[in-house]
Design a protein around this ligand. Structure first.
Ligand SMILES: [Zn+2]
Length: 238
């Protein structure tokens, strides 16, 4: 089989999305060196971490983010490729990596369903895919937990949040979600998945909407955390 994969690589070379170096047959999406230099949060879903504390007043059991985002850094490049360069498989790759780390812990617990944060229909049409769904697919590949991408919907395509402060962001996302299938969510423990968490406004709004469903519990997992350091001392992002 090795000769076939080497032949395949010779005909269809693949390149690291961060440094542009050619990938070996064993590497996927990014090269080993770039991977080791990523700014991991090292949260590993540990209970009471600073991401989880953003949701303390909501029915959220656990929360974690995998990478630390900084403007212009490597994680910004990964998110940009994932969202704007038609590369949904980047999401699936990172979904699998996040899940492979967390499956060694008790983070997934008794989670029943994975819920990718929905995109508004107009944005979904424009992008062609929901990047959070592809992260969810990667997580499901490892955990075998089913995905429900239809149970909640985004009814408002709210404008970009980049220039807004915390209060403005929460106002900007008010009432943008709706539960589409109450029966599918009643008494369920859901893992909500998104690409990036900044103040948590969008996720808080979604969880607040879902919390109207009887017996619902949630955990949160995002690929990146962009909310500043909050005492994180172990970043190696440059
Ligand atoms: Zn590289």
């Amino acid at each position: 089989m090795r000769i076939f994969s080497e032949l395949f690589e010779a005909i269809f070379p693949r390149y690291c999305m961060l440094c542009g170096k050619r990938l070996s047959a064993k590497e996927e999406t990014i090269c080993t060196l770039c991977y080791t230099e990523l700014p991991f949060t090292y949260l590993c879903g540990v209970k009471g971490n600073y991401v989880e504390r953003l949701f303390w007043d909501l029915p959220v059991l656990r929360a974690s983010s995998f990478l630390e985002y900084r403007a212009g850094g490597r994680v910004a490049k990964i998110l940009h490729e994932l969202k704007y360069h038609d590369r949904p498989q980047v999401g699936r790759f990172f979904g699998r990596i996040m899940a492979a780390e967390l499956i060694e812990t008790d983070f997934f617990g008794e989670v029943d369903l994975i819920l990718p944060v929905p995109l508004a229909p107009r944005r979904l049409r424009k992008r062609g895919y929901n990047q959070s769904l592809f992260l969810a697919k990667g997580i499901s590949d490892i955990t075998k937990i089913p995905i429900d991408s239809m149970a909640s919907v985004r009814i408002v395509d709210n404008p970009t949040q980049t220039s807004l402060n915390r209060d403005e962001r929460q106002q900007n996302v008010k009432d943008i979600f709706r539960v589409a299938n109450v029966d599918a969510l009643r008494n369920k423990y859901v893992l909500i998945v998104d690409d990036v968490l900044t103040t948590g406004a969008t996720l808080r709004e979604l969880i607040g909407t879902l919390a109207q469903v009887e017996g619902l519990k949630a955990s949160v997992l995002t690929l990146a955390y962009a909310g500043g350091r909050l005492g994180v001392l172990n970043s190696r992002e440059s």
